[in-house]
Write a protein that binds this ligand. Sequence first.
Ligand SMILES: [Zn+2]
Ligand SMILES: [Zn+2]
Length: 224
Amino acid sequence: MGVLAVLAEIVSPVRCAGCGLPGFALCPACLASAQLVDVRHACPRCGAPLVGTRCSECVGRRFSFSRAICAGRLEPPISRVVTLYKDAAERRYAALLGAVVTDACEAWRGWPDAVCAVPPTRAALLRRGFDHTDAIARCVASGLDAPYTPLLSVAVREDQRQLGRDARFANMAGAFTVAGDVSVPGRVLVVDDVLTTGATLDGAARALLAAGASEVRVAAVARA
Ligand SMILES: [Zn+2]
Ligand SMILES: [Zn+2]
């Protein structure tokens, strides 16, 4: 930790996103109350928690990625960590979010040849002032002992918060590119903060497969 970081920690200690207790990004009690998904009982294709043996969330849908993990549900306190991190720029939560994803992806240790992040749009980067997914993906790469490699760039992308499910998939096809001089390794794990329909991660996987990846898996902090 650098001197400035130590000073910042004294002046403004990190606080539990759930209850405000100083000294924790999420205190043990709030962490215990978090709605983390048991990945052994989640759909391997889309990461949704399974109620029966078949997933009703992704039936009839095709994804470019082969498997998906969502570490938690977008409910408090995880949703609050995500909001404080993304929108209030409390960047010290990145390590916590990265650790939550790493834990969920433990069974994939040794699988990825590279970990990369879904890059933000230019507008989102300007709004927030930092690349929020990059920091999480770096923590996941280090947690899984895999190389972190920024592979994706944003091509064109409309803000899709108002779009329906099919429109989102259409909007995201071709939304990302891999720079021509980047050599894409075979097995790539793509990390994002929130998985809603899977359209963004599908677009990311599509670009990586087109650029030479043999298999793409995806992981998100939370499922909306
Ligand atoms: Zn707490
Ligand atoms: Zn599913």
